[in-house]
Design a protein around this ligand. Structure first.
Ligand SMILES: CC(C)(COP(=O)(O)OP(=O)(O)OC[C@H]1O[C@@H](n2cnc3c(N)ncnc32)[C@H](O)[C@@H]1OP(=O)(O)O)[C@@H](O)C(=O)NCCC(=O)NCCS
Length: 169
C-alpha cells in the first residue's frame, strides 16, 4: 500500500475543509458508539459542521494532516489545535495542543498512518512551544485508539462522568 501524508497548517482551503467535514460526518459511529449510522449527510448538516470548524479560527493555530491513497483519495486525517501566543495565559503550568480528531479509512488501518500523524503532531507541539498534548477517547471505542495512544506515551489523567437522560425527542 502506498500513501503519503500531506501537511497543512494555518487556514486550510475551503475544499479541504469540506472534504474533512464530509469524512467526519460519515464515520462518527466509529468513535462515538450509539451514533446513528444511517444519518444522511445533508447540506445544512455539512454547513453546521463547517461553521463549527471555523469557530475560534483566529485564536488558535491549527495542524491538519491528510493521508492520500491511490487517485489522491482521502484515506486519513488528523486535526490538532494549539492556542495562539496572544491567547496563552501567563503563568499557566502548561500550554496544550488539543487533538480534535484522528481517522484512518478501514482498509488502510494498521499501516502506521495514525502513528505518522501523531509523530508529526508531537514535533509541531514542540515548534509551537507547547508542553502537553491532550486527546479524548470514548471508553467504548474498540478501534485501537487507546492501544495506539498508550504505545505513544499518552496516559489517562482525567475521567468524564455522564448521566444519560431519558428525554423524548
Ligand atoms: C484508531 C485509528 C486512528 C488507528 O489508525 P491506524 O493508522 O490503523 O494506526 P497505526 O497503524 O498507526 O497503529 C499503531 C498502533 O496502534 C495500535 N492499534 C491500531 N489498531 C489497533 C487495533 N485494531 N487493535 C489494537 N491495537 C491497535 C497498535 O499498538 C499499533 O501498533 P502495531 O501495528 O505495531 O501493533 C483507526 O483505527 C481509526 O481511524 N479508528 C476510527 C476513528 C477513531 O476512533 N479515531 C479516534 C477518535 S478519539
Amino acid at each position: 500500500m502506498n500513501f503519503h501524508i500531506v501537511r497543512e497548517t494555518g487556514r486550510p482551503d475551503p475544499e479541504l475543509l469540506r472534504e474533512i467535514a464530509l469524512a467526519h460526518l460519515r464515520v462518527p459511529s466509529e468513535w462515538t458508539p450509539g451514533w446513528q449510522e444511517s444519518r444522511e449527510v445533508t447540506e445544512p448538516l455539512l454547513k453546521s459542521v463547517l461553521d463549527r470548524m471555523r469557530e475560534g479560527w483566529g485564536q488558535e493555530n491549527h495542524l491538519i494532516l491528510t493521508a492520500r491513497g491511490e487517485g489522491d483519495a482521502l484515506v486519513g486525517y488528523h486535526w490538532s489545535t494549539c492556542p495562539a501566543p496572544a491567547k496563552r495565559i501567563p503563568g499557566a503550568p502548561w500550554t496544550t495542543v488539543q487533538i480534535l480528531g484522528t481517522w484512518v479509512a478501514k482498509s488502510w488501518r494498521k499501516h502506521g498512518i495514525a502513528t505518522g500523524f501523531k509523530t508529526r503532531v508531537e514535533a509541531w507541539a514542540r515548534e509551537m512551544e507547547c508542553d502537553k498534548i491532550t486527546t479524548q477517547v470514548d471508553l467504548a471505542n474498540d478501534t485501537g485508539i487507546r492501544e495506539l495512544n498508550e504505545k505513544l506515551g499518552y496516559r489517562p489523567v482525567r475521567i468524564v462522568l455522564e448521566k444519560r437522560l431519558e428525554n423524548e425527542r
